[in-house]
Write a protein that binds this ligand. Structure first.
Ligand code: ATP
Length: 240
């Protein structure tokens, strides 16, 4: 479904991604782990066209994403729940959900909202509440629901458990598994919570200094002594 080949990204003279080869196949949960500054968010946002890749190829369902605007890429079936959630804090929950469906078929909107209330019952209870007044966990649910409102084929989740209370961390990982199992959603997940992320992932990549340094099934990487010492036992690396 998604294929990155020798992808490089620069921010001025910061060389953030240095030849990334990565695949996400339909129906998979693929997770990307790595220290702060390793390039994880850059990889996610470059799939959506900002920043633009400086070399390499990025294809989605066999079609190059080169030259497409972020809006065109979203319309092609990729949605993101970004790091820090980035919901519209002054809008209500409902307005945020509707923002997610801007490019979707309007005739499906009501059914889509119902689907979101089933997946995230708390959002229906908070429907007319300003998003900025939601708890961190509720905001995260809203960010994921907003992304789903666009009917993506591929869902990018950037640090969905970051800063959440333990009960919401569990909930986020349950939702990820549920979306994949019950709706067949294909997911690319970036997480600092490597232990949980490797548990739910079919396959995983370890990113270090803009390079993929390891890859395998979630179970294989969870067993690797290198991954265990760097990302599982005693937390994660502090720097890339
Ligand atoms: P974190 O886990 O802390 O979010 P990350 O793995 O997502 O880190 P990125 O945010 O992708 O890492 O950053 C990769 C590298 O690119 C870092 O060296 C970072 O300082 C640099 N970088 C990221 N965004 C920009 C930007 N807008 N301008 C310049 N450099 C940037």
């Amino acid at each position: 479904m998604l294929e990155l080949r020798q992808v490089h990204v620069h921010y001025g003279h910061v060389h953030a991604l240095r030849g990334i080869d990565l695949d996400v196949t339909k129906g998979e949960i693929v997770t990307l782990i790595g220290a702060n500054g390793a390039g994880k968010s850059t990889l996610m946002t470059s799939i959506l066209g900002s920043p633009r890749i400086s070399a390499g190829t990025l294809t989605f369902n066999g079609k190059s994403l080169a030259g497409l605007t972020p809006h065109q890429i979203s319309r092609s079936g990729i949605a993101i729940s970004p790091e820090g959630r980035r919901i519209f804090l002054r809008m209500t929950v409902l307005e945020n959900l509707l923002m997610g469906s801007i490019f979707a078929d309007p005739s499906l909107r009501e059914a889509d909202l119902q689907r979101m209330y089933e997946l995230f019952p708390i959002l229906e209870k908070r429907l007319h509440q300003t998003a900025g007044t939601l708890s961190g966990g509720e905001q995260q649910m809203l960010a994921i629901a907003r992304a789903l409102m666009s009917h993506p084929q591929l869902l990018l989740l950037d640090e969905p458990s970051l800063g959440l209370a333990p009960i919401y961390i569990q909930k986020v990982f349950q939702i990820i598994e549920q979306l994949n199992r019950d709706l067949g959603m294909t997911i690319l997940l970036v997480e600092q919570n490597a232990k949980q992320a490797l548990k739910v992932a079919h396959r995983a990549y370890v990113l270090q200094h803009g390079h993929i340094v390891m890859q395998g099934t979630g179970a294989e990487l969870a067993k690797s002594s290198e991954v265990r010492s760097a990302y599982l036992e005693g937390g994660h690396k502090a720097t890339a």
